[in-house]
Design a protein around this ligand. Structure first.
Ligand code: SIN
Length: 519
């Protein structure tokens, strides 16, 4: 019998009907909702609130071709190169060609991108880009500015209900099609719907060190897996090269945007050497996976857990204006970035894998869609190009909404579902379980992997899954732990199955993607 995370009698809980249910209130979720026809009732559910998601935290910006000296073809090539050549090419073409129009739409919606002295968009560069094409807002608070504008627009729509502090427990299907979701907000509720859009974001909390907020426990991906959806590219986990080493809270590190390197920041090792120059033709602005690995190697050889990012070539005035969030957080950690190097280290940041979808967001279950970090269209291949993620949210959210608008809404006569009633009510130290998952993933599912470690990791996670298989999940934390263990298992087994190194998936015990023995 199928494992559900919830354990109530579905007949007895509060039940509501919506034409479209959207799980997640990051840019993918809000933008999908805004593009749903007003004739359809729609609810957007937030696990916490709009501030607790990866979109809101995005500093760098949105990559799109908006300058004369840039070309769609160059953005396409850069995306493919960063993705180690294994991106879904049609997805990349849709992303880059529909991107500029989405920027125009954001501007029309009131998003104020930063401009230069002539009043044109100021575009910066990040790792893997051959041109300056990253647009940004408020210096380094792009995600926050876009989220707030979209959220205000959602609030004006009569067909959209927004609800906070609501945890997705399970996706419910009938005859193999979407029928609704069960959520927990202090009590269980059922939202019956023929269209469920999973925009629940990333999985960073599965790791011990991440830039992701506490909500990023992979709930949407795990719920889709339990419902029978196909997942894809689960071995591709992105580590951001430059998280601030000091001041992490519960393993969550503050991000130092790649845009700092785009504006002249240089990585230095413990000897003060600019080590990236000799490691890749693009130097400090090589694709993210390459820079993260080189930093990891520096850390391993120096035995000091960080390297330095040097932006002291810029004045205090410039840095305070261009990177206000980064400047003030570093100041809070007693680092004046205009005169001191910033200690940085790579930590988990983004997930290229997720619920397998087509280019309209459709998963393998009819009526279940996914968009944003929870989805895998294949657009990022083995390694996402910097600042393509917010663009992905915009382009594929619109496509997903359009598909729902065109398909209309199936009527659903919800009949009951069979669930196991005998879940064991056993005392479990759930914090210990969660720590074990995080430690296992950091030890065996990190930047550099090998078969021995992956095998050990799988064994540990399987023991946890076994222990949880019939356990009554009596709190949100218990349900999150199940989700995290399921995601961890998928990542480790996909990594064990892919013997070659490619993009962010790097093994030190097999040959590289191009047949080169990697050290
Ligand atoms: C950054 O600003 O470096 C992060 C942006 C991204 O993840 O693409």
């Amino acid at each position: 019998m199928r494992r559900y995370a919830f354990h109530c009698n579905i007949e007895e809980i509060d039940r509501k009907y919506y034409d479209v249910v959207i799980v997640g209130s990051g840019i993918a979720g809000l933008y999908t909702a805004l593009n749903i026809d007003e004739r359809f009732s729609c609810i957007v559910l937030s696990k916490e609130n709009i501030r607790q998601c990866n979109s809101y935290l995005a500093q760098g910006g949105i990559a799109a071709v908006t300058k004369k000296e840039d070309k769609l073809e160059l953005h396409y090539n850069d995306t493919l190169y960063a993705g180690a050549g294994i991106c879904n090419k049609q997805a990349v073409e849709d992303l880059v060609s529909e991107g500029p129009k989405e920027i125009e739409r954001l501007v029309a919606a009131g998003v104020k991108f930063d401009t230069d002295s002539r009043g044109d968009f100021h575009a910066t560069r990040e790792g893997g880009h051959s041109k300056n094409r990253i647009l940004h807002c408020g210096g380094d608070s792009t995600g926050k500015q876009v989220e707030e504008k979209l959220f205000n627009a959602v609030a004006q729509k009569k067909n959209i209900t927004y609800k906070e502090n609501t945890f997705l427990a399970d996706i419910v299907t009938q005859q193999g099609k979407a029928a609704g979701i069960v959520v927990y907000d202090g009590q269980y509720r059922l939202y019956v719907s023929p269209n469920i859009v999973i925009c629940s974001g990333g999985i960073g909390q599965v790791y011990k060190y991440t830039t992701n907020p506490s909500a990023a426990t992979g709930d949407g991906i795990a719920a889709a897996l339990r419902a029978g959806a196909e997942l894809d590219s689960m071995e591709f986990v992105q580590f951001h090269p430059t998280a601030l080493y000091f001041g992490a809270e519960n393993g969550r590190h503050f991000l130092i945007s790649e845009a700092v390197r785009g504006e002249g920041g240089i990585l230095r090792n413990q000897k003060g050497e600019c080590f990236m120059r000799a490691r890749h033709p693009m130097g400090d602005l090589a694709p993210r996976d390459i820079v993260a690995r080189e930093i990891f190697r520096e850390i391993r050889s120096s035995k000091v857990p960080y390297v330095y990012l040097d932006i002291t070539s810029k004045t205090k005035e410039y840095l305070m204006q261009r990177f206000p969030t980064i400047y003030s957080e570093c100041k809070r950690q007693e680092i004046d970035i205009s005169s001191q190097f910033i200690p940085v280290c790579p930590v988990q940041h983004y997930f290229m894998g997720g619920i397998k979808t087509d280019l309209n967001g459709r998963s393998s279950i009819q009526g279940v869609y996914a968009c944003g970090e929870a989805a895998c269209t294949g657009v990022h291949g083995a390694n996402r190009l910097a600042s393509n993620s917010l663009l992905e949210c915009l382009v594929f959210a619109r496509r997903c909404a359009q598909h729902i608008n065109q398909s209309g809404c199936r009527s659903i006569s919800f009949t009951s579902i069979e669930i196991e009633t005998q879940y064991m009510d056993r005392e479990t130290d759930i914090d210990a379980v969660i720590n074990k998952i995080k430690n296992t993933m950091s030890d065996h599912g990190g930047i550099i992997k090998n078969q021995k470690g992956l095998k050990e990791g799988i064994k540990t996670i399987d023991e946890i899954l076994m222990q949880m298989q019939h356990l009554k999940l009596s709190s949100v934390k218990h349900m999150e732990a199940l989700n995290m263990a399921m995601i961890a298992r998928q990542i480790l087994s996909a990594a064990a199955a892919r013997k070659e190194s490619v993009g962010a998936h790097y093994r030190d015990d097999t040959i590289g993607y191009e047949g080169i023995k990697v050290c």
